[in-house]
Design a protein around this ligand. Structure first.
Ligand code: ZN
Ligand code: ZN
Length: 418
């Protein structure tokens, strides 16, 4: 367990840390003058939180409100709370977040917790707590997946997380190495970070423009343990890099990001698929996932590790067994080339093609901003209280784009754009 004081000296380059804070505010959020900011972070990330507050206020932020979490507090619940309490969640808090977003508050999340924090806790309690939290989180999640406001996620090199990624190093060395990996992946390792992001966004837009021009009916993935046809939603739109929130602000929700992604058709996914990286889900590790789809629905699911957590996840609601996202990432992406397994979706999803179970992104439709829930469902957009990405890409994956008339276009060969 990490007992490091958040105000102790940190083995992290302060110049690049400040650049990450600047990029979060100027590129990730593009915070507008007068906007309030809601920020969540692990308590260990306080040095980054403080720098973000400075950049946010310099950019004209109204009020910056941080909500800090602590791993010891999370564990205390699973070890000492009463049995019947695990179906509870702080509904009032998420209702408040929904209200804040309705009032145009921007949202920044800093991730950095131990990916296996809850690995040794009772999976039954963990599953119940996750489900209750996902349901209570609905008012906030709907406004995030609906892209009502500008939001952004960045990472802090938490000590326990760093020691999972670099188990052979001392705590300080591991944090320093993970910090370097985060800075490089987030394109803040050199000067001119804001310009580098503009160039990167232009390259991602070129990929999504090509896919939108093709307007494929489905994508067909083949590789070891995988033969999967993912139908694409009617009127789907590919997105990548910066995009415009409904409040008019063009932001980069994920830093880093290497993916172009769109909405699959909830009823048109067939075949089987195997995960290519372990999935770290809310403190548990799920490995070697193998599932089979029929009519868009997962009808068989196995995992070599964390199968119970996977089952609970799939039972969250009806939409949890269907896809809400499909994303393309070349095997040669910088994060993939780092060779690191981060045990963190923000990074691992940008190292490999992936699919997500659950809620779709309303913005991934042509005219996405103006569609009602019913219209999104009619076009094949999935609805769920979960959205969980897992990796299916590797150097061995081939992808064909399939047109309505059955004709095929190579999209990926051996993990790279064809
Ligand atoms: Zn994704
Ligand atoms: Zn996703």
């Amino acid at each position: 367990m990490n007992l490091q004081s958040p105000v102790a000296a940190i083995p992290i380059d302060e110049v690049r840390l400040d650049r990450l804070a600047e990029v979060a505010v100027k590129v990730g959020l593009r915070l507008e003058r007068g906007q309030d900011l809601l920020l969540t972070a692990p308590v260990e990330a306080l040095p980054l939180v403080r720098r973000i507050a400075v950049h946010a206020y310099e950019a004209g932020a109204g009020v910056v409100t941080p909500l800090l979490s602590d791993p010891e507090l999370s564990l205390a619940r699973f070890r000492h709370a009463e049995e019947q309490s695990f179906d509870r969640a702080p509904t009032w808090l998420y209702d408040g977040m929904g209200k804040a977003f309705d009032e145009n508050t921007a949202r920044l999340a800093i991730v950095g917790d131990d990916p296996m924090l809850l690995a040794n806790e009772d999976p039954e309690k963990v599953g119940r707590a996750n489900k209750a939290n996902s349901i209570a989180y609905t008012p906030a999640r709907e406004r995030i997946t609906g892209f009502n406001i500008n939001w952004n996620i960045i990472a802090w090199p938490g000590t326990a997380w760093a020691m999972r990624v670099f188990p052979e190093l001392s705590a300080d060395e591991a944090v320093s190495r993970l910090a370097d990996a985060i800075f490089a992946a987030s394109r803040v390792d050199t000067e001119g970070a804001v310009t580098r992001w503009e160039e990167h966004n232009a390259a991602l837009k070129q990929r999504s423009d090509w896919l939108n021009g093709q307007n494929f009916h489905a994508l067909h993935f083949t590789g070891p343990g995988t033969d999967l046809t993912v139908g694409l939603a009617d009127g789907h739109e590919w997105m990548g890099g910066a995009s415009q929130a409904k409040n008019g602000i063009i932001c980069n929700p994920n830093i880093p990001t290497e993916e172009v992604f769109t909405t699959p058709h909830a009823a048109r996914v067939e075949g089987h698929v195997s995960s290519t990286k372990p999935l770290s889900h809310q403190g548990s590790l799920i490995d070697d996932i193998r599932v089979r789809f029929e009519g868009g629905r997962i009808v068989e699911a196995q995992a070599s590790r964390g199968e119970k957590v996977l089952e609970k996840l799939l039972d969250s609601d009806e939409g949890a067994r269907r896809l809400g996202e499909v994303a393309l990432v070349p095997h040669g992406s910088p994060i993939s080339q780092s060779g690191l397994l981060f045990y963190n979706t923000l990074f691992d999803e940008n190292a490999a093609c992936h699919i997500a179970l659950g809620q779709c992104y309303a913005k991934c439709f042509r005219d996405g901003g103006s569609l009602t829930r019913e219209q999104i469902a009619e076009r094949g957009g999935n609805e769920s209280v979960i959205h969980v990405d897992w990796m299916i890409g590797s150097a061995e994956i081939d992808i064909d784009g399939v047109h309505q008339d059955g004709s095929r276009v190579p999209v990926f060969r051996k993990g790279e754009w064809a």
